[in-house]
Design a protein around this ligand. Structure first.
Ligand code: NAD
Ligand code: TYD
Length: 351
């Protein structure tokens, strides 16, 4: 089989490329990635000389490039990870999110329609469901939870999901969608909570926690996301949506304290900063459909997965250095510049 992986120089797509090349040596893979600030070819360096792996630099919105690639390669399966993925950036500049996350998906599906494929898989997110209240631990996102987005990022991902369903219904395109909870693991870009906190803690810098650090995320090791997508593209049913998550709910403060404990760093580094606008309170996935219908089971709990992930960041400082481009540094400086409100004193918070 020939498989197109878009966005494979990013965090989850990169892990998926490694997972697939290792597990399916008989298949061949093309990775299409625009190498935005979040893409890093270094992530794929061990794959670039494999005979069944090819990297193409290009934008999923570029119709000519995408159509020529589909015509030449005749893909069986397309897995789309390519996206603008950071909520804070979508608040700063929504337009690029709508271009890549919606129009890019349309371009890919038009190519699938024209040249024929066995499956188009859209990697979506649990953020399309909006958030759950902090005081209703009995509530979870199921595949039929209504879409109710909060940020330009999640709105763009929800729009893409609706478009995918429309292409399935109208054009009979064989599609699937997965909606996963927050991922962590190797190769994650250090603008997201976990690698950002590891990086800053290692440098003894202040750790910026939005609001009171009470927001809850349902953390899944990226390896388990890869095994779930692999199952969906091989055994999932056309037109279906699958939620992916492993019941690992943690407050942001719990996550940060866990990292500090592993690194043997003081909790005094924690610094409360201005809350994110529209900040979702709690995400929590009900994964019963993928568990019951496809037999998926995660390998890691948060407790077993977080240590090796922290260690990966310690052991791969060169990779981290490489992603710190001028664009990355500009965003980080701007975003955290005027934000520091030390709520420890203001609100009498103690640890
Ligand atoms: P990422 O930001 O690390 O990587 C995105 C990749 O897409 C980068 O390599 C980038 O260069 C590439 N890209 C961006 N725009 C492109 C374009 N126009 N054309 C081609 N390539 C382009 O993102 P990630 O965290 O790996 O997320 C991958 C997918 O998984 C996204 O669709 C995201 O919505 C979804 N997702 C992420 C999480 C998470 O916790 N990170 C959770 C659930 C779902
Ligand atoms: P993030 O990793 O950006 O993922 P998402 O917004 O997609 O869930 O953020 C995870 C949580 O951590 C979220 O509640 C926001 C919070 N957060 C901070 O408290 N400080 C930070 O500097 C960042 C980047 C995130």
């Amino acid at each position: 089989m020939k498989i197109l992986i878009t966005g494979g120089a990013g965090f989850i797509g990169g892990n998926f490329c490694h997972y697939m090349v290792k597990n399916y040596p008989e298949d061949s893979f093309v990775c299409l990635d625009a190498l935005t600030y979040a893409g890093n070819l270094e992530t794929l360096k061990d794959l670039l000389n494999k005979p069944n792996f090819q990297f193409v630099k290009g934008n999923i919105c570029d119709t000519n490039l995408v159509f020529n690639l589909f015509k030449k390669e005749k893909f069986d399966i397309v897995v789309n990870f390519a996206a603008e993925s950071h909520v804070d950036r979508s608040i700063e500049n929504p337009k690029i999110f709508l271009e890549t996350n919606i129009l890019g998906v349309q371009t890919l599906m038009d190519a699938c329609k024209k040249f024929g494929i066995k499956r188009y898989h859209q990697v979506s997110t649990d953020e399309v469901y909006g958030d759950l209240p902090l005081d209703r631990k009995d509530l979870f996102f199921t595949e039929s939870t209504p879409l109710h987005t909060s940020s330009p990022y999640s709105a763009s991902k929800a729009a893409a999901d609706l478009l995918v369903m429309a292409y399935h219904r109208t054009f009979n395109l064989p599609t699937t969608i997965s909606r996963c909870s927050n991922n962590y693991g190797p190769y994650q870009f250090p603008e997201k909570l976990i690698p950002l906190i590891i990086k800053k803690a290692l440098n003894n810098e202040n750790l910026p926690i939005y609001g009171k650090g009470e927001n809850v995320r349902d953390w899944l090791h990226v390896y388990d996301h890869c095994t779930a997508i692999d199952l969906i593209i091989r055994k999932g049913k056309d037109g279906e949506i699958y939620n992916i998550g492993g019941h690992n709910e943690k407050t942001n403060l719990q996550v940060v304290k866990e990292i500090l404990k592993y690194l043997n760093k003081p909790e005094s580094l924690i610094t409360f900063v201005k809350d994110r606008a529209g900040h979702d309170l709690r995400y929590a996935i009900d994964p019963s459909k993928i568990t019951n219908e496809l037999g998926w089971k995660p390998k890691y709990t948060f407790e077993t997965g977080i240590g090796p992930s922290i260690q990966w960041n310690i052991d791969n400082k060169k990779w981290l250095k490489n992603v710190e481009s001028g664009e990355y540094l500009r965003f980080m400086e701007n975003h955290y510049k005027d934000n520091i409100i030390d709520k420890k004193e203001e609100e009498g918070i103690t640890y």
